[in-house]
Design a protein around this ligand. Structure first.
Ligand SMILES: *Cc1c(COP(=O)(O)O)cnc(C)c1O
Length: 822
């Protein structure tokens, strides 16, 4: 019997009539809703299911191709993903936005209202999770077969509200309205063990093998979310694991009437994937966190081995079929877990398994901050993962032999390189484990990779110089330009052709138009329109009225001392005091926009938010400065809000202390959208400045070398305070209680700056003020500003995450890119 090609039906038809019919079918047949009674949320679900059909069809076909061609697939292991709302992005990638608009319009339904219904999956803290999602987008776009493995947190990063000026955390119930994008995969279930002990047994072949007898077994259930690529027939898969109890009840306890104990185990198992830890760049050493890390890493590796066997390939060629990328050390236990699976379960010899492991794994380092480097107490790790601790010891023994051979008699080096920190309480160092078990180690910007080799990983770089490389981060121009900034997208298409979203170097084509007055005026019109939309959103969310014509000065990112939002606030308040003193001062109108979440237990970060809201209350309500400066704290910075904020930025604040920010990606998103950067020589700022031209970038501050030298020479912040009257005035003002609230409200911040100032705000204060003065001067020359703005966008092509992925394919994964054109 001849059957139709699967999917060649109305379900995946690309005309407006087909789409409308499929939408109505889903509304009625999948959701059981009468069209006349359907809510906007029903419309969203029905359209999502319709679009998912299109994406799934591509996904299935591309996966089939990968199987028949025995292609090496990329597995991206990440404890965090921050995809943002899916629907609008899929429509864009599939080229169906206009069609969907027309299809719904025929039913009297507004597409934008439908898009607004989607809850975004907040399965990450910030930059690291967003990077993972940009990479899946680019993997699909450039045509690489890939799976992103992670955790299906039931509760993601908290929603932030502001009450009385303070951050209040609200539980993120993203799954409550249903999630139309995910598909449960009963066939891919995995079991994950914890605790217990190991035994040596003799197998049928007479060989000694270690058998792990666990105390607890947990089920991992797979949920798949397809990730489409732009104008591509390859689809990436985000496979997230949910933990479940193996047995729903302990029946013995239940039969004895012990109901509490009967459900205890079930609750403990389900807790594993319950909630995302909301700490960004901070390692707390909590046992549940280690359990989460092992849980998803084990599920992922077992799943890859399962697929390996389905493809008919033996475990000893695992590395030929899979390139596994560790996104930071969160999945670094993979080194020991892959060894365990290969040796204990698949009966490979140690040396063979070690070759496979090292040829499979690669590690991306994301931080130099000591408080973010993961290490687990040996007792905790051994209690939870007894077999893994044995394996780590054995890896360490082999490794230290190698070090002794390379550096005879150098015991200090041995102690620094060891996988075990023995300087006090004993810890397993996860970055060391990741380095030893990986083929390649990379940093995420040129400066960061260089500092890695010179500082935290200096001994590894001396041992294995060729292992180290750099892959500078990138961002997807689909979500962060085409989708977030359609006005700019249209102008770019008109000027540079329609291929730029998949080939961002094409943006160079707008450069010759820089001096065309009409093009400049269109450019300004786009920016102004974005600023009007953001102003409306700001009014809706905060009640604050801001002038779209004012300079939008934007700092949105996680709140962190090293990111120095408080340096920005020192400038804001300095400007305020100057206006109070000199009402005629020639200062162009500015709107300062802050946004970002603070980790709930991060005391100073929460005070910084409070300082921003206090400045906002004071300044916005002071008639003396009315119409001159305004301050906004935009609540709940997430991907959806980011899509409204980045395109409206005139000035991008990237003011972290040099040597602290590994790369940054917010810097890329804003510059790509035509913002000028005021920033330090930190992370990717260095490369952005090189790309856009030093004259189109406001540089200030110490460089990384000067930071080290200053700290070594005994930095005394109080000397800066004593010798700089402006600085003294603004610090005294903050400490005086004049900002409202309790007199002591900001004492901890002031005391921290005067007595410690670990991020050298007072050292960089003057340079920052001067750079801000240059910003004001250029802003007062709109033609010159517009020119610099255009050049920023035109020259940012290399910061597409497509380029990053091509770099990984070449330098790290050894994967060929053969883009399958549709
Ligand atoms: C890009 C992005 C970040 C990272 O911003 P940085 O400025 O690089 O710290 C964090 N959160 C969201 C929602 C983002 O889109």
């Amino acid at each position: 019997m001849k059957t139709k090609t699967p999917g060649a039906s109305i379900r995946t038809g690309t005309g407006a009539d087909d789409l409308r019919q499929a939408f109505l079918d889903n509304l009625v047949c999948a959701l059981g809703r009468l069209p006349s009674h359907a809510t906007s949320h029903d419309h969203y679900l029905a359209l999502a299911l319709t679009v998912r059909d299109h994406v799934m069809e591509r996904g299935v076909k591309s996966f089939e191709r990968g199987d028949t061609q025995q292609i090496r697939r990329v597995a991206y292991l990440s404890a965090e993903f921050l995809p943002g709302p899916h629907l609008g992005n899929h429509l864009l990638n599939l080229g169906l936005t206009g069609t969907a608009d027309k299809a719904l319009d025929g039913l009297g339904i507004d597409l934008d209202q439908v898009l607004a219904q989607e809850q975004e999956p907040g399965l990450g803290n910030g930059g690291l999770g967003r990077l993972a999602s940009c990479y899946l987008d680019s993997l699909a776009t450039v045509g690489v077969q890939s799976v992103g493995y992670g955790i299906r947190y039931e509760f993601g990063i908290f929603d932030q509200t502001i009450r009385d000026g303070w951050q209040v955390e609200v539980t993120d119930k993203w799954l409550h309205g249903g999630n139309p994008w995910e598909v449960y995969r009963p066939g891919a279930v995995q079991e994950v063990k914890f605790g217990g002990h190991t035994e040596v047994v003799t197998d049928a072949a007479g060989r000694s093998r270690v058998h792990w007898v666990p105390a607890i077994v947990v089920r991992g259930e797979a949920y798949d979310t397809p990730i489409s690529g732009f104008d591509s027939d390859t689809c990436a898969l985000m496979r997230l694991w949910k933990s479940e109890a193996v047995e729903s009840f302990d029946f013995e306890a239940f039969n004895h009437g012990d109901y509490d104990r009967a459900v205890e185990q079930k609750v403990a198992s389900e807790n594993l994937s319950k909630v995302l830890y909301p700490n960004d760049e901070l390692h707390r050493g909590k046992e549940l966190r280690l359990k989460q890390q092992y849980f998803f890493t084990s599920c992922a590796l077992q799943d890859m081995l399962r697929i390996q066997s389905l493809r008919g390939s033996p475990p000893d060629s695992f590395h030929r079929n899979w390139a596994v990328q560790l996104n930071d050390t969160h999945p670094a236990i993979a080194v020991a877990e892959l060894m365990r699976l290969l040796v204990d379960v698949h009966a490979l010899e140690w040396d063979a398994a070690w070759s496979v492991t090292r040829a499979t794994l690669s590690y991306t380092n994301h931080t130099l901050l000591p408080e973010a480097l993961e290490r687990w107490p040996v007792d905790m790790l051994g209690g939870l993962l007894p077999r893994h601790l044995e394996i780590i010891y054995e890896i360490n023994a082999h490794f230290l032999d190698e070090v002794r051979a390379a550096f005879p008699g150098d015991d200090e080096r041995l102690a620094r390189l060891s996988l075990i920190d023995e300087s006090g309480l004993r810890y397993v160092r996860m970055a060391n484990l990741a380095c030893v078990g990986s083929q390649t180690v990379n940093g995420v910007a040129e400066l960061h990779s260089e500092l890695l080799r010179q500082t935290v990983l200096v001994d590894f770089a001396a041992l294995w110089p060729d292992k180290f490389t750099n892959v500078t981060n990138g961002v997807t121009p689909r979500r962060f330009v085409a989708l977030a900034n359609p006005g700019l997208g249209k102008l770019l298409t008109k000027t540079a052709g329609k291929s730029w979203p998949g080939d961002l170097d094409k943006l160079r084509k707008i450069e010759p138009h820089t001096d065309d007055p009409r093009f400049r005026s269109e450019w300004r019109e786009v920016k102004l329109s974005n600023k009007r939309q953001l102003a409306a959103l700001i009014a809706e969310r905060t009640g604050i009225e801001v002038a779209p014509e004012s300079l939008f000065d934007v700092q949105v990112k996680r709140i962190h001392e090293y990111k120095r939002q408080h340096l920005n606030l020192l400038h804001v308040l300095t400007l305020y005091l100057r206006l109070k003193r000199d009402p005629k001062a020639d200062i162009p109108a500015r709107t300062f926009i802050f946004g970002g979440k603070a980790a709930p237990g991060y005391f100073l970060a929460k005070r910084i938010i409070r300082l921003a809201t206090a400045a906002s209350d004071l300044i916005n309500n002071d008639r003396d400065v009315a119409g001159r400066i305004k301050v906004v704290f935009f609540p709940d910075f997430n991907v959806r809000n980011a899509q409204s904020i980045y395109p409206a930025a005139d000035l991008s604040e990237q003011v972290s202390l040099a040597g602290m920010e590994a790369s940054g990606t917010g810097n890329m998103k804003m510059s790509l959208n035509g913002a000028l950067t005021i920033g330090t020589l930190d992370g990717a700022n260095v490369e952005i400045r090189e790309a856009v031209g030093a004259e189109n970038f406001f540089l200030f501050g110490l460089n990384a070398g000067e930071v080290v030298a200053l700290k070594r020479g005994g930095y005394r912040p109080r000397d800066r305070y004593d010798s700089d009257p402006l600085l003294r005035e603004v610090i005294d003002f903050i400490g005086s209680g004049a900002l409202g609230g309790d007199v002591d409200l900001f004492q901890p911040l002031v005391a921290n700056l005067l007595d410690h100032d670990p991020y050298l705000l007072l050292a960089d204060y003057r340079g920052y003020l001067n750079a801000q003065q240059r910003v004001s001067e250029l802003w007062m020359d709109p033609e010159a500003w517009t020119r610099a703005s255009i050049l920023n966008t035109a020259r940012m092509g290399r910061f597409s995450s497509d380029r990053s992925i091509r770099d990984y394919c070449q330098r790290v994964w050894n994967v060929n890119i053969k883009k399958q054109k549709k």
